[in-house]
Design a protein around this ligand. Sequence first.
Ligand SMILES: Nc1ncnc2c1ncn2[C@@H]1O[C@H](COP(=O)(O)OP(=O)(O)OP(=O)(O)O)[C@@H](O)[C@H]1O
Ligand SMILES: [Mg+2]
Length: 433
Amino acid sequence: MTETALEARHLFKVFGRNPKQAVQKLKSGASRTDVQDAGTAAVIDASFTVNKGEIFVIMGLSGSGKSTIIRMLNGLHDITDGSVVVGGDEIAGVPASRLREIRRDNVSMVFQHFALLPHRTVADNVAYPLELKGVSKTARRAKADEVLAMVGLDGWGDKLPSELSGGMQQRVGIARALAADTEILLMDEAFSALDPLIRREMQEQLVELQEKLQKTIVFITHDLNEAMFLGDRIAVMRDGRIVQIGTPEDILTDPANDYVEQFVQDVDRARVLTASNVMERPRPVVAESAGPRTALRQMRDAYMSAAYVTGKDRKLLGMVTDRDAVKLVRKGEAALGSVIKPVPQSVSEDEVLMNLFVPAVESPLPLAVVDAEGRLVGVIPRITLLAALGPGPNSTEEITLPHLPVPQAEIDAVLGEADAATGEAAATEEEVR
Ligand SMILES: Nc1ncnc2c1ncn2[C@@H]1O[C@H](COP(=O)(O)OP(=O)(O)OP(=O)(O)O)[C@@H](O)[C@H]1O
Ligand SMILES: [Mg+2]
């Protein structure tokens, strides 16, 4: 069951002389430019729900209103109109003292430029929120060391922030937010100031950390690849409005409008799409219970020189080649068992395409995709993998077969010879499902 951590309903933020009047006009259909004289409409009618334990990304170009939204979620900006509910508490209109409590106890924030206190040690920076809570010095230090270890900064507690690299300083920022032990973390462009390689490393660390801690994270970015990599769901903003909310796959495969479509054009699909998004129906699939003749026929009809073999419940057992099947038929054997070979490579349904290239190259057959129970749910031919990466130079694929296929005439001959000899029942793929 999904529980709500945070909810924003019909949020408006107008900076300027007459915000309330601007909101009235916006509500009755005026555009952002129509209300310019009354103020800057930074956020217009934004509604969304963030579930407990999810990473909710707000993405949009510079000036689209992302920071303004996130600052309304923890009361750093007052709300012109609409409502924000955090852990059951309404934020709109509550006194400043209560907002400070909410920031201390419920919602922490990680900033783009780290916002570390330069004259305090790393550990003291991390422990700062605990100091505000009145936690004792020893307990603070213990907690600081614990969260520093979590972000990979074991032993750096006594250094000053200036002695650390940018990536490390941002990990201190994250550790500080974790020390506060709030359920919700707000991260505004938290990785944007970092070098691309460090940035990617931080993204991966955040995902790892999140798997362990299961916080609720609202993450802001203008980088689509970052959004797609981190987000369980993404809200796309444009000119103050949320134009689409969906999973990365939704947004990539079903953009709500031309704006989103243009935005996603150059996304790194390899990090977003998964095996299950591109897999095809496996063909042929030979049942373990089928004999070599059936297997051979199936391979011949599919123009394949090898096939996957499945057992009960479509569990992937291995593969068989036409050459081995021919041998069995010639020997008059009725069972496939002795020639089923292990499948060198298979991948899980939710593996991202980026991680499929090596297995695909090493796989003699179109790459097998299996579900959590080990059932063969699909295959990915190399050509499909390349095509899924979207518009690019046309690729001509070198198809490597597991071995030179047995010539068609030989297969026909061997099937003919053996027909009378074995009388094996021809189970079809459909029958054995
Ligand atoms: N304190 C403020 N006073 C007046 N206008 C503001 C204020 N803060 C933001 N704005 C305006 O509100 C709009 C949205 O700004 P916001 O900072 O939320 O955008 P953003 O999506 O976070 O952009 P960026 O990616 O550059 O951080 C902009 O037009 C901005 O100029
Ligand atoms: Mg911003």
